[in-house]
Design a protein around this ligand. Structure first.
Ligand SMILES: NC(=O)c1ccc[n+]([C@@H]2O[C@H](COP(=O)([O-])OP(=O)(O)OC[C@H]3O[C@@H](n4cnc5c(N)ncnc54)[C@H](OP(=O)(O)O)[C@@H]3O)[C@@H](O)[C@H]2O)c1
Length: 286
């Protein structure tokens, strides 16, 4: 039995779909935060357990009869490391035999990305648990880029704070497929740490040029100070903590932390991952 956390989210949900496509008889349990959130999964024949990273007993209950755990990193702002630590402790107590964890590219405790430290500590906890593991260090989602691009197609400018650094964006759907490949045969990927990236890196100037070509409109990139970026996010109605998180992402990009290419995703998929140009074409071509 494979337990997928974050099963109602994008990455966990797509991983389940790939697992079922590979083998419709795969025994999957989905961790969801309410009965309601498990309804669509139930319709696909996926058993669900209601639980929360903040509730240890619910995790222990969910891990019953589970051999392999996909621990999708939490999206709840706050002490994510403590949330993940709960899941790892429950996995150990329940006798889980393999943990696959979705971390971040580089897994660097000194990253400018504020959640980097939580990912690093989680990786350490997993290694120290003695449970065999596979760590999928995902780069930034291409799917996240339209949020940064905002209304640039109308306004003609992307305002962001990544300087002239090159950044690797990969399609979340490719990452989900890679998760499913590992989960279907975890012993082949035992105690490995993988950097999960696409095959190319691009600057925001290059991204603006791609968008101009795709839309036929002139779009430029305007590099703004990170303080201005935070102000814009707060002005758009987002809470301060989200603005801080988003600013830290821009700073990590600007520092070149995501200027990295690794062949693992291509090897796992057996084909080239989606390139950002094709991803944007799919989103913005009318
Ligand atoms: N690499 C990147 O660019 C990038 C970008 C964004 C996020 N991420 C990370 O990658 C993870 C997966 O991405 P995604 O796109 O699938 O995010 P998502 O769609 O927001 O899904 C996150 C999932 O985590 C679940 N969750 C949140 N807090 C939880 C808690 N306390 N206990 C149990 N489950 C909890 C959510 O449950 P509900 O369905 O109940 O809300 C949701 O199913 C995110 O959670 C985040 O850590 C990475």
């Amino acid at each position: 039995m494979i337990l997928i956390t974050g099963a109602n989210g994008h990455l966990g949900g797509a991983t389940i779909d790939f697992l079922l496509k590979k083998n419709p008889n795969t025994k999957i349990k989905a961790l969801v935060r309410s009965e309601e959130k498990g309804k669509d999964l139930k319709a696909k024949g996926v058993e669900s357990a209601v639980g929360d990273y903040l509730n240890y007993d619910s995790l222990l209950n969910a891990m019953k009869d589970v051999e392999t755990l996909l621990l999708v990193s939490s999206s709840t702002i706050g002490d994510r490391h403590a949330q993940h630590a709960n899941a790892i402790k429950a996995a150990k107590q329940a006798g889980v035999k393999h943990i696959v964890y979705t971390s971040v590219l580089g897994g660097n405790p000194n990253s400018k990305f504020s959640a980097g430290i939580d990912h690093y500590k989680t990786e350490e906890d997993i290694k120290n648990s003695g449970i065999p593991y596979t760590i999928m260090r995902n780069t930034y989602y291409a799917d996240f880029l339209p949020d940064i691009i905002g209304n640039a197609i109308e306004s003609g400018a992307i305002y962001y704070s990544a300087g002239d650094a090159k950044i690797n964006f990969a399609a979340r759907i490719n990452m989900a497929e890679a998760n499913a490949i590992v989960l279907a045969d975890p012993s082949s990927y035992k105690n490995k740490v993988y950097e999960i990236t696409s095959g190319n890196t691009y600057t925001f100037d290059e991204i603006a040029a791609m968008l101009s070509e795709i839309t036929g409109k002139q779009i430029k990139y305007v590099d703004i100070p990170v303080e201005a970026l935070k102000e814009n996010i707060v002005k758009a109605g987002m809470p301060n903590e989200i603005a801080e998180l988003m600013a830290s992402i821009a700073e990590s990009m600007k520092a070149g932390e995501f200027d990295f290419i690794d062949p693992t995703l291509e090897k796992l998929l057996g084909r080239k991952p989606v390139d950002l140009k094709d991803f944007l074409l799919n989103v913005y071509k009318k």
